[in-house]
Write a protein that binds this ligand. Structure first.
Ligand code: AMP
Ligand code: GLY
Length: 445
């Protein structure tokens, strides 16, 4: 089979690696791919948002199956265009992707189908939005741009001044373009966050291992929101009782609701949940694998990823194995100094302490140690010089160091041991990934 994977981050590195394990696979193309993906796939420099070029490529190379993972191409309708050309796809239609593409749509959807979420109001006028915030006079309050905003469209305002600044920047200064013309203002919820990814084939849903993302840039959950600075899986707050509640009161109504809306969901649906004192509430849906949740959860998948993806498209997800290994997984994100604000790209990455001195050997090792550590490339490029390869930083989140082990404590220890052996200028990572989860594990014992 010829497989096309759209995207070029750590998430796609994890997906491509897993797909390459299927014996039916002859060739993988990654658009655009990255320095780490090159080991498994032919990388083609087409942006993940250039959906017409992606479709042309898929048709001309006669790919058998396409996997579309980033939010933008899905929201733009990349999966529909591919299906129109007769190409089987893993990824939801444009209509189904609206659960991520518009906060206002997803909030109205949850209200309509009785799915528990934060109370909210929506506004298209800055003055009315500000009047509402003033009349509520309850802080913190949560202000969300309706459309996609690179993970930066949610502001938790601690007072009227911050709320006003957020509304002004989104609605008047158009910091996120058309995405901020409408805003959702919602009540602030508190409690541990849980991510659950699930495969859906339109009618059936098969949840994956739960996980816990760490979205804030700094230790102790301080500072700006990021795309995610690290993940542990499974999430100890996701007890059997919580799992049952989520399946019955959130997952099933979501899938059934999407069928009623004539937007059946095929692909991976992301449930961003918060365990509040009033029960589990949905913070957000995403129409795709989380990043870095995928890098953390997929190495724990015992079943074949490509077979599951094909079953998803063919509407028979209830007939395939979706099994996960026992044990735990931890991902530590190594980022460029300055992220999530301004940062410099292009620094050489030194992997020698982890994988040996020869870049060739590093590449051959597939960025994997014998001890169960894999380094997924999120924002890197590779420069081939004579017979060697040089890896350089090319993004805010640069590398995802993922370790699996029998226990969470071991997985965390191994991931940090490996992360400390990697060097590039101004790099940083959070030092407390998994600390909250460990605290909860100890409390449960
Ligand atoms: P979202 O893009 O909707 O997932 O929001 C990003 C992050 O902001 C979430 O992962 C939460 O940490 C936080 N957040 C979003 N909505 C709320 C809320 N209603 N109450 C508290 N925190 C929130
Ligand atoms: N890690 C959060 C996300 O992928 O949206």
């Amino acid at each position: 089979m010829k497989i096309l994977v759209v995207g070029g981050g750590g998430r796609e590195h994890a997906i491509v690696k897993k797909i390459s394990e299927n014996p039916k696979v002859d060739e993988i193309y990654a658009l655009p791919g990255n320095g780490g993906i090159e080991k498994f796939a032919k990388c083609v420099p087409t942006a993940a948002t250039d959906i017409e070029k992606i479709v042309d490529f898929a048709v001309s190379c006669k790919v058998d199956f396409a996997v579309v993972t980033p939010d933008d191409p899905l929201i733009m309708g990349c999966a529909d265009l591919l299906r129109d050309k007769g190409i089987a796809v893993f990824g939801p239609s444009k209509k189904a992707a609206r659960i991520e593409g518009s906060k206002s749509y997803s909030k109205a959807f949850m209200k309509k189908y009785g799915i528990s979420t934060a109370n909210y109001e929506e506004f298209t006028s800055y003055e009315e939005a500000l009047d509402y915030v003033k009349s509520q006079n309850t802080y913190p309050t949560v202000i969300k741009a309706d459309g996609p905003a690179l993970g930066k469209g949610v502001i938790i305002a601690k007072d009227e001044v911050e709320a006003d600044a957020a509304l002004r920047s989104m609605m008047k200064e158009k910091a996120f373009g058309a995405s901020g013309e409408k805003v959702v203002i919602e009540e602030f919820l508190e409690g541990p966050e849980i991510t659950v990814l699930a495969f859906c084939d339109g009618e059936n849903i098969r949840p994956m291992l739960s996980s816990m993302d760490h979205k804030k840039v700094g230790d102790g959950d301080v500072g700006l929101n990021t795309g995610g600075m690290g993940v542990v899986a499974p999430n100890p707050f996701y007890t059997k009782d919580v799992e049952t509640e989520v399946y019955e009161r959130i997952m099933l109504p979501t899938i059934k609701g999407l069928i009623k809306e004539e937007a059946p969901f095929k692909g991976c649906i992301y449930f961003g949940l918060m365990l509040t004192k009033q029960g589990v509430k949905v913070i957000e849906y995403n129409c795709r694998f989380g990043d870095p949740e995928a890098q953390t959860v997929l190495p724990m998948l015992r079943s074949d990823l490509l077979d599951i993806m094909i079953a998803t498209e063919e509407g028979r997800i209830d007939k395939v194995h979706v099994e996960f290994k026992d044990g735990a997984s931890c991902c530590v994100v190594i980022a460029s100094g300055g992220y999530p604000k301004e940062y410099i790209k292009g620094y050489d990455i030194d992997f020698s302490e982890l994988f040996g001195n020869s870049p060739k050997a590093q590449e051959e090792a597939g960025f994997e140690t014998d001890g169960g550590v894999t380094v997924f490339h999120a924002g890197t490029t590779v420069i081939h010089e004579n017979d060697d390869s040089v890896y350089r930083t090319n993004g805010g989140r640069v590398l995802n160091v993922v370790a699996t082990a029998d226990t969470l404590e071991e997985a965390i220890g191994k991931a940090y041991e490996a992360a400390r052996k990697i060097k590039f200028k101004d790099m940083f990572f959070r030092n407390d990934i998994g600390a909250k989860a460990m605290e909860e594990e100890r409390r449960k014992k």
